[in-house]
Every structure is written in C-alpha cells, then in structure tokens.
Design a protein around this ligand. Structure first.
Ligand code: ADP
Length: 308
C-alpha cells in the first residue's frame, strides 16, 4: 500500500505538489493522471526517496523509502527507461542490481524470461530500442518480487503488442494482490487497464475514485438511438428536457434521459426504433472536462498530447 499525506514540494518559487493526500490500495491497478506539469513525476520521485518533501510524507507499506531495509524487495519502480549503462548487457545490468540486494542469477534469468528479453540478454543494452529499454526497466522493477510497483509512463515507446503485454502484466500483478501505481498519458489504455484513478492538476488532488465513476461523472452517459423518425423523436425528447444531438440521418445522441423513458416516449407516439443503446463517455472526455482549468500555462500539450 502507498500512502501520501499532505505532501508538498516546492522548486524555488514554484509549488510542484501542494498538500496532496491519497492512498493506493493493493489488489488493483491505480492510474495516476494529470496534465503535463501536474506533479506526477515529482510525487513518484518523492515516494522513491529521490527528493525530499517540503511538507507531509509519502510512505510505502508504512515506511519511508529510505527506511526500507531492502527496498527492491518492497517496491519496484520504473522512472526512466534508459537508466542503465549503455555498454553493459541486459543480463549484467540486472545481475549488478540483483547482487546489491542479495538476489541471485536465477532471479535475473526469471525476470528476463518474464519480460521477453531472454534472447537479447547478452546484447549491449545501449543498442536497445525504446520498447526493449522499457522491458529492461520493468525487469529491474520486478527483480525483488516487490509487493508495490510504481511505473512512470511504462507504455512510452512500446508497440501495440508491447502495450497489450504491459496491460496484462499490470493486471496480473494486481490480481496477485500487489499494489500497482502507474502514470500514463494514453487515456484509451488507462481506461481499460486502471481499476482506480488518482487525478491531479497543478499539484493538487482532482479525483480519487474508480475509473468507471470518474468517466460517469466527467463524461456522463448518453443513449444512442437509431430511428427512421429521427426529427419527430428528437422533438419529443427535447420537450421532455433531454439534450439531443443529431449524429446521423437516422441517429440521435441523447443525454439527460434514461433508456426506458426514451423507449416509452417513442412507443406512445408510435415511432419505430432500430437501436437504443446506452453508451459510456470516454476517459479522455472525462479527463479533459475535469482538468480543463488546470492545464499549465505555456504547456504545449495536455496529458493526452505527445510523449514526454
Ligand atoms: P508531471 O510529471 O505531472 O508532468 P512534474 O512532476 O514533472 O509534472 O512537474 C511538476 C512541476 O514542477 C512542473 O511545473 C515542473 O516544471 C516543476 N518541476 C519538476 N521538477 C523540477 C525541478 N527539478 N526543478 C524545478 N522545477 C521542477
């Protein structure tokens, strides 16, 4: 479990994280979202003892990172993909890390196998593609068989097969009862991977809820209706107070009314329906809605923009 309590961090006159509190529970994948500059990396660095907070604290399984006797056994982290010596092989890089924590060659071979790098293990890691470097970073994170995983943008540079692989890996680790805390700007991926979300903006908490609830709250639910009597039905629904958008010659998108009510109104007026389908909004829409006033001035992209 990860606990962040009243965490504050300033850089010069700039407050990167401000009085931030949240808990990341084991047994599920928790996504960490926020526009660029929101303070996600700072929070993760504070959690991993790479920086000191100006206020509050961040603890993993009840202890600050620097108080953990064998940190890799408790928490595995991926912060930067290319955090290895380029001249070293993947095997030697992992062996060096393993030995510092009292782990053996056997464990190195296991994680290389697990991340799909067994065949490339003896090659210079400096020649790895970004996707392979990410896999190596994840292998390092998994080395100590930690109960907690902190992954900053692990999807960067991965091809579609790699993305599906990480999705399944994270879900599998959570299903084993581990705590998985992951930041990403790829909303479609987070929508299918994260069970829970922590959303921040300008260093402050914006949302701490299930992914489903976040989408429902931010993007709502619409009903897609297909009917040959589009305009008559649209008029009826508007008279009931629904917000109706004509999306095709025979299609409407309806917000503010439940599906049964739409069906009843159509039936009472003798109108034929070809389709009546409730549809969930997208995580991207919900994210944009909840953070629209919190995007940093001068930031060139929102969290759904280009890779960092
Ligand atoms: P995110 O990961 O959400 O994009 P960061 O944690 O990287 O956000 O940054 C939060 C804010 O703190 C940004 O305004 C950033 O410019 C600032 N910041 C982060 N690290 C430093 C640093 N080492 N020195 C000065 N400012 C920093």
């Amino acid at each position: 479990m990860i606990e962040v309590r009243n965490l504050t961090k300033r850089y010069g006159g700039k407050t990167a994280v401000e009085d931030l509190s949240f808990t990341v529970e084991p047994g599920r994948v928790t996504g960490f979202l926020g526009p660029n500059g929101a303070g996600k990396s700072t929070t993760m660095r504070l959690l991993l003892g790479l920086d000191r907070p100006d206020g509050g604290d961040a603890v993993i399984d009840g202890r600050r990172y620097r108080d953990l006797p064998r940190p890799m056994r408790v928490v595995g982290a991926l912060l930067e993909a290319r955090a290895f010596h380029p001249g070293r092989s993947a095997y030697d890089h992992l062996l060096c890390l393993a030995q510092s924590q009292g782990l053996g060659r056997r464990r190195v071979e296991e994680v290389l196998e697990q991340v799909g790098l067994a065949d490339a293990a003896r090659r210079r890691a400096g020649g790895f593609s970004l996707g392979m470097a990410q896999r190596l970073g994840i292998a390092a994170a998994l080395l100590g068989d930690p109960r907690v995983l902190i992954l900053d943008e692990p999807l960067n540079g991965l091809d579609p097969e790699g993305i599906v692989w990480i999705r399944n890996l994270m879900k599998g680790l959570a299903a084993e009862g581990r705590t998985v805390f992951v930041s990403s700007h790829l909303m479609n991926e987070m929508a299918v991977t994260a069970d829970h979300l922590i959303v921040i903006g300008r260093g402050r908490l914006v949302a701490d809820c299930s992914t489903e609830e976040f989408i429902e709250r931010g993007a709502g639910r619409v009903i897609v209706v297909r009917t040959p009597d589009r305009d008559r039905l649209a008029a009826l629904l508007r008279a009931e107070g629904a917000v109706v958008t004509e999306t095709d010659a025979d299609e409407l998108e309806v917000a503010g009314l439940q599906a049964p009510r739409v069906s009843e109104l159509a039936a009472a007026a003798g109108l034929v329906l070809h389709e009546l389908a409730p549809r969930r909004g997208s995580l991207e829409d919900a994210f944009m809605e909840s953070t629209k006033d919190l995007v940093e001035h001068g930031a060139d992209a929102t969290a759904t923009g280009g890779a960092k």
